[in-house]
Ligand binder design. Structure first.
Ligand code: UDP
Ligand code: MG
Length: 310
């Protein structure tokens, strides 16, 4: 039986030399506990512009359990992960995805393997606490989960992309044809027997986060709009609310007219014009977001291209 760890790497030259031995050590532990289970690692270079790929090649030459996959361009974290899973699904019985910086505690992988051998198809890594994250990251991430939830996206609280999936779970995931990937939501939607493993999130080993605020916001927006049409519905609700307000305003205007006190209406008129204008633009923006998604989906572009394998 083979358990493979898939590691997306984008400009991770600073951490890879530390990541590889730690993952190998954990796989050793798995093999010691379950002698019939072998483990290996697949590094997916997501079109890095630094020395990540040469480093992966070097690592692969030093150890037979290390493999590398080089994507032709930067396809993004989610696509890189799918590339790694797709390349592994034929060989591996289970696949664990983990970030290259090992912020997610790799030492719970044996526990994940145990759950898998006991029959679970998906084992979610769930963060116990976020003490080592910056104040901002911690709170923005929590707000992110809450917001995605209220907007109708279904995700497991405090689970990022650290999880084990059995072959059939990955096969199920690969059946999803969409281009807008939000894996933690998609995997959650698969179902199948699953469980969770708790871990503490650490500080990044080295290098810097590839998810600055701008990318996090765009990821949150993707999460919501690729999972739920609730924002579109909210627009309709907002529209109805405006009609109600307008009905009130009409009654008010007619009564004022009847009483002969009409005309001093400039202020209210000005305010409503701006407010309604803003509301319409916002609504159009939200609809535009979905139209953009549809555009991306209908183009049916490939998610990534593999340039090299080692
Ligand atoms: N990553 C990737 N492609 C990208 C951006 C990030 O493969 O375009 C990888 C990155 O190398 C890391 C993981 O995705 O292994 C998560 O990135 P990071 O640790 O920078 O995000 P954070 O933990 O700060 O949210
Ligand atoms: Mg990280």
């Amino acid at each position: 039986m083979l358990i493979r760890i898939v590691v997306p790497c984008y400009n991770e030259e600073a951490v890879l030399h530390a990541t590889a031995p730690r993952l190998l050590a954990v796989l050793d532990e798995v093999s010691r506990a379950h002698p019939d289970v072998a483990g290996d690692v697949l590094f997916v270079d997501d079109g890095s512009s630094d020395a990540t790929w040469p480093l992966i090649e070097e690592l692969c030459r030093t150890h037979s359990a290390l493999h590398g996959l080089k994507l032709a361009h930067n396809a993004g974290h989610q696509n890189a992960l799918v590339a790694g899973l797709e390349a592994s699904v034929a060989e591996a019985d289970a696949m664990v995805s983990i970030d290259a910086d090992l912020q997610d505690d790799e030492r719970v992988i044996p526990e994940m393997a145990g759950r898998f051998l006991a029959g679970d198809d998906i084992v979610y890594g769930v963060r116990r606490e976020r003490r080592t994250d910056t104040f901002f990251k911690r709170h923005s991430a929590q707000a992110f989960y809450r917001f995605v939830r209220t907007m109708g996206g279904d995700v497991l609280y405090n689970h990022a992309d650290f999880r084990l999936m059995s072959r059939r779970a990955v096969q199920a995931l690969l059946c999803y044809p969409e281009r807008n990937l939000f894996l933690r939501g998609m995997v959650w939607g698969i179902g199948l027997p699953h469980s969770t493993v708790l871990y503490d999130r650490h500080r990044r080993l080295a290098g810097e986060s590839k998810y600055p605020l701008r990318r996090m916001l765009s990821f949150a927006l993707d999460g919501i709009t690729s999972f739920s049409v609730r924002p579109l519905r909210l627009i309709a609700v907002l529209g109805l609310l405006f009609i109600l307000i307008a009905l009130g305003a009409i009654v008010y205007a007619l009564v004022s007219f009847a009483l002969g006190v009409a005309l001093p209406g400039w202020t209210s008129l000005l305010i409503s014009v701006w407010f309604v204008g803003g509301a319409i633009l916002t609504a159009m923006g939200i609809i535009g977001e979905y139209v953009g998604k549809i555009y991306k989906e209908v183009k049916r572009r490939p998610r990534y291209f593999v340039e090299k394998k080692i």
